[in-house]
Design a binder for this molecule. Structure first.
Ligand code: UDP
Ligand code: MG
Length: 338
């Protein structure tokens, strides 16, 4: 039935571009209505057919119920629900796998990627760009620490992988051709921002101001961000492994210098004074060895994760399996934000 309704819609406007908007949600029950309404209102002003694909990334609050409630009002929304929290990267992958549009737009569910930029993105896509990416011209409210940590990470990532991501975002439009290629990428641990840059294609950027989050706080915990950063570095660069070898060479040179100095002192009869040097060296070399082992372990862990070939996510519910929402309200324009 659902199929019939949307097919009819397709027939009426079959010559129009079909755009999918993918939005991941994790514990965003208070935010969903505003996000979906605002997005749909913008999409309705354009000469396109569209679907909004909401991904519930294993939320513990009433996120899923809120999505279903909105779906009662709008035939444009479809949704799927993960069996647990698999993370935003997995939600993006699920969205890209399920989206049917000629172009797919990815945006955050907290309106920090403002839907008012969507018309401009579609304009650039129609000009022939296959990847249209939002670059933050003004970052939203964030703590001094997270700004510092983000800058440090992007600086190190650019040096190690050669991919510059400073001020890049996940607010992107991908052409169907790009999405099809993305869906063939085999790795389990993805880093959307970098992997989409690695893919190439004809790209355009547009500046956007990150709006402040209206409801709740960021859904990224400190450890989740650390894990994402390590995955990103180990997934994109083997330079840290080369750094370890270089450090080994440097320490060998230092060892030879100190060995000469120690022997000279020994023959001068002042050998005991080298105690401080020994302790310092032991601490330094010990910590370097441990860091290096940890780093090797991270690469091994990455290989291990990929070798297991587990799915990126598990879907427990999909609106395509649910009965169609009551037809009386189908397709109505969303209510006002207020
Ligand atoms: N999100 C998600 N899974 C997670 C964490 C976040 O789907 O494990 C979603 C979240 O609901 C939001 C988007 O990803 O729609 C961006 O998250 P957030 O606003 O917390 O990130 P920030 O703006 O702090 O980078
Ligand atoms: Mg946010």
């Amino acid at each position: 039935m659902n199929q019939v309704a949307s097919d009819t819609r397709c027939d009426e406007k079959s010559d129009m571009d079909f755009v999918s908007v993918v939005i991941p949600f994790y514990n965003e029950s208070g935010q969903i209505l505003m996000t979906l309404e605002t997005t749909e209102r913008v999409l309705r002003t354009l000469d396109i057919r569209f679907e909004i694909l909401a991904i519930d990334d294993g939320s513990c609050d009433s996120t899923w119920d809120e999505i279903l409630k909105y779906r009662e009002k709008s035939s444009h929304v479809s949704a799927l629900r993960f069996s647990r929290n698999f993370g935003k990267e997995a939600a993006i992958c699920a969205g890209l796998a399920k989206a049917k549009g000629d172009a797919v737009i990815l945006m955050d569910g907290d309106l920090q990627h403002p839907p008012r930029y969507i018309p401009g993105m579609i304009r650039l896509w129609r000009e022939g760009y296959e990847v249209v990416e939002g670059v933050k011209s003004k970052r939203g409210k964030e703590s001094g620490f997270s700004r510092l940590a983000a800058n440090a990470f992007y600086g190190a990532f650019a040096k190690l992988s050669g991919i510059r991501l400073k001020d890049a975002s996940d607010f992107k439009l991908l052409d169907r051709k790009v999405v099809n290629h993305w869906n063939t990428l085999p790795e389990r641990e993805t880093f959307f921002r970098a992997l989409s840059a690695w893919m190439g294609f004809k790209r355009a950027t547009f500046p956007f101001e990150v709006d402040d989050r209206q409801i709740g706080g960021s859904k990224w915990g400190f450890f989740k961000l650390v894990k994402l950063s390590f995955n990103a570095v180990t997934g994109f660069s083997s330079r840290p492994l080369m750094l370890i070898s270089s450090m080994g060479v440097i320490f060998l040179i230092v060892f030879f210098i100190l060995a000469v100095q120690t022997l000279v002192r020994y023959f001068d009869g002042k050998a005991a004074t080298g105690f401080t040097t020994v302790i310092l060296l032991q601490l330094l070399i010990g910590s370097i060895v441990l860091i290096s082992l940890g780093l090797l372990g991270l690469y091994m862990a990455n290989l291990f994760q990929e070798a297991k070939r587990r799915p990126r996510y598990i879907i427990t519910e999909e609106t395509s399996d649910l009965p169609e929402p009551s037809s009386g309200t189908q397709g109505k324009a969303p209510a006002s934000d207020k």
